[in-house]
Design a protein around this ligand. Structure first.
Ligand code: SF4
Length: 266
């Protein structure tokens, strides 16, 4: 089995603009064009663009990359019969650590959930962390019972794996919180799923995208935690949108020319 080493670099990969939800706090999906954001309706990365990014990351010396796939909703990405799980497998087999952020709707169906995780485990031996966004804006859990179909199906599928494989498939729930102290998920829900290995973490709502209309609800701290920058090692966190690499909101490089950003690490 591949060792579970920690990544030295992270890349967020925006796969597509499309989403099957319409959350009022969404930072990424806009109605019409958004002049302050680079991801517009119709945007979609191709398989070839994704493979180029993976190969650039894995050819950087002394690095171990975490490629985190986002959307929109990344489980809606497809091309010529390939879908997200093929991207995750290709990432793992190229020698990077795949993760993804989803709204969990793909996992409402047990058979699909089974197929997704079994295909991954049959083809890769690298851990695959699933981040599910779940909060009062996403409306993807039952607020009365504190149960979520996606988490129930994932847990049920995990039971079909032997222990060592199960350990490769952690799930973390990302909760977008506002200034309302009760805006996190119910404690009982966290304890129930937490007892079966699912982890939870609050994340402050950001002042981006549609959330700008909810400014009165922004928590006091609203921003990404600062990232450590090591002298001479190039940017530790990149975002790929189309043919461009970004650091924060600044376009810093071109797909296919990533090594320009890490000239001392070639
Ligand atoms: S917040 Fe996530 S799930 Fe909701 S509309 Fe935006 S991309 Fe879709």
């Amino acid at each position: 089995m591949t060792d579970h080493k920690k990544p030295t670099h992270i890349m967020g990969v925006s796969l597509l603009h499309k989403c099957n939800f319409n959350c009022e706090h969404c930072g990424y999906i806009y109605i019409g064009d958004a002049e302050d954001h680079v991801i517009h309706p119709g945007y979609r990365l191709t398989w070839n663009q994704i493979m180029t990014a993976i190969s650039e990351c894995t050819s950087l010396k002394n690095s171990y990359w975490n490629l985190n796939y986002t959307g929109g909703e990344p489980t809606l990405w497809e091309e010529d019969g390939k879908d997200l799980v093929d991207i995750l497998i290709a990432t793992a087999n190229a020698g990077a650590l795949p993760t993804y952020n989803t709204n969990g709707s793909y996992f409402y169906d047990y058979d699909r959930t089974y197929g997704f995780f079994h295909k991954y485990i049959e083809n890769a031996d690298t851990p695959l962390k699933t981040f599910i966004s779940m909060d009062k804006f996403h409306k993807n859990y039952d607020q009365e019972t504190g149960r979520a179909k996606s988490l129930d199906n994932i847990l049920k599928v995990l039971e079909t794996f032997p222990n060592d494989k199960r350990g490769l498939l952690p799930t973390h729930v990302v909760i977008i919180v506002t200034k309302d102290p009760d805006s996190s998920l119910p404690e009982e829900m966290k304890q129930y799923y937490g007892s079966m290995g699912i982890t939870f973490g609050d994340f402050p709502m950001l002042d981006i995208g549609k959330a700008k209309n909810l400014r009165e609800q922004l928590p006091e701290f609203s921003g990404y935690p600062p990232m450590p920058v090591k002298e001479g090692s190039g940017p530790p966190v990149l975002v790929l949108v189309g043919d461009d690499y970004y650091v924060g909101n600044t376009r810093t490089g071109k797909l296919g020319r990533m090594l320009d950003l890490y000239s001392d690490a070639i």
